[in-house]
Design a protein around this ligand. Structure first.
Ligand code: SAM
Length: 279
């Protein structure tokens, strides 16, 4: 496979450092540097941004991010075996790559990053949704990051961008679309990975909005949506029971029929309802 830089091809890196994939760490590696470059280019203006990458593995996406001109890359990798390969990438790029070893769920990388910060990752599937939920639910908005360009299983990507009245529409759609523009920018077939996973993957790009699309209290909105989709087949007058006195009046005031189900309610109406419940 053609290399985009002067470093050895990824297959050689994997052999040299004996990086056979570990399933428990969600290791499905992308070895085509043209493909990882294409992903890196979806992330926006890298030359003026620091990039946070979770799970660099042997460094395919990392090398593409640096090759595409990222100002600085900070990568968190749990698997110690990858560190020597990543040290070679860092040396080649004059220290523009800093690797933090450990669990991304436990490490706070902020002291190593300068704004604007873009997060770009082929996420380990076992922690992907948890990380996304955290990045989308900071204590204050706007968050520390400018954009997220993330690879997920296609089914998760579809939930993030889903519209009302579809099977994929749910809590993740509301959480993502309330304060971001979210779109699927690429689909990647299993054969592109080593080893190939069972399902197709997709890259989602989320660009933060400076203020939420509609006013709402983050905690209350999350509570309303969790309850509504927790029993998505029930009518809202039943699934939201106990959330507020005069629930049916508040539903009507938000333009929602008490007999409707969560799947039919758009983001604006959910925000309106949570504001009416708050008051
Ligand atoms: N970025 C590489 C690529 O695209 O080929 C590897 C992606 S692979 C899907 C996921 C990577 O995340 C692996 O290198 C794995 O070791 C790492 N990883 C798994 N769990 C992690 C965690 N909790 N914190 C940090 N890295 C993790």
């Amino acid at each position: 496979m053609a290399s985009i830089d002067g470093l050895p091809p990824l297959r050689e890196v994997i052999n040299t450092h004996e990086l056979f994939a570990k399933k428990a760490l969600g290791q499905n590696f992308l070895l085509d540097l043209n493909l990882t470059s294409k992903i890196a280019r979806q992330a926006g203006d890298l030359a003026n941004s620091d990039v946070l990458e979770v799970g660099p593995g042997p460094g395919g996406l990392t090398r593409a991010l640096l090759h595409e001109g990222a100002r600085q890359v900070v990568a968190i990798e749990q698997d110690e075996r990858c560190l020597p390969a990543l040290a070679e990438v860092s040396a080649y790029h004059g220290g523009k790559l800093k690797v933090l070893q450990g669990d991304a769920l436990k490490i706070d990388p902020l002291e190593h990053l300068n704004t604007p910060i873009r997060i770009v990752s082929n996420l380990p599937y076992n922690v992907g949704t948890e990380l996304l939920t955290r990045w989308l639910s900071p204590a204050e908005w706007p968050p520390f990051w400018q954009s997220l360009t993330l690879m997920f299983q296609k089914e998760v990507a579809q939930r993030i961008v889903a519209r009302p009245r579809t099977k994929a529409y749910g809590r993740l759609s509301i959480l993502a679309q309330w304060r971001c523009d979210a779109k699927i920018v690429m689909e990647i077939p299993p054969a592109a990975f080593t080893p190939p996973p069972k399902v197709t993957s997709a890259v989602v790009h989320l660009e933060r909005l400076e203020t939420p699309r509609y006013p709402a209290d983050a905690k209350l909105l999350s509570q309303v949506v969790a309850k509504a989709f927790g029993q998505r087949r029930k009518m809202l007058r039943a699934s939201l029971k106990g959330l507020a006195p005069d629930l049916e009046d508040r539903l009507l005031a938000a333009g929602i029929k008490p007999t409707q189900r969560a799947e039919e309610i758009d983001l604006e109406a959910f925000c309106k309802l949570s504001e009416l419940i708050r008051s």
